[in-house]
Design a protein around this ligand. Structure first.
Ligand SMILES: [Zn+2]
Length: 102
């Protein structure tokens, strides 16, 4: 996903390089770590602050959902690879890894 989203610290719209990016740049990322989530709404009226909070919460939910979907896809790919089994030479014998190799 590469649609623009507002930065969680300065509020500027940015095009995320990572699908789970919450901030526009390293500076904002650091500020977020220091607890400045939604710092740009500090002097806004409470109603607008709340609306903004809801928007960022929705974005966070979308990111979580995408992450879950990607993990499930990755899991399915891994299972798909596992079903393709190769046969090792039986001459090695089952004790030394002969037979089905995962
Ligand atoms: Zn920012």
């Amino acid at each position: 996903m590469s649609t623009k989203r507002p930065c969680a610290v300065c509020g500027m719209e940015f095009k995320p390089r990572r699908s789970d990016a919450k901030t526009c740049c390293g500076t904002c990322r650091k500020r977020l770590q220091r607890g400045q989530h939604l710092a740009y709404t500090a002097d806004w009226p409470p109603a607008q602050q709340q609306a903004r909070r809801a928007l960022h919460q929705t974005l966070a939910d979308v990111i979580t959902t995408e992450r879950t979907v990607r993990a499930a896809r990755r899991e399915r790919r891994t299972i798909g690879r596992r079903t393709v089994t190769k046969l090792a030479p039986l001459s090695r014998g089952p004790q030394r890894g002969g037979g089905i190799v995962s």
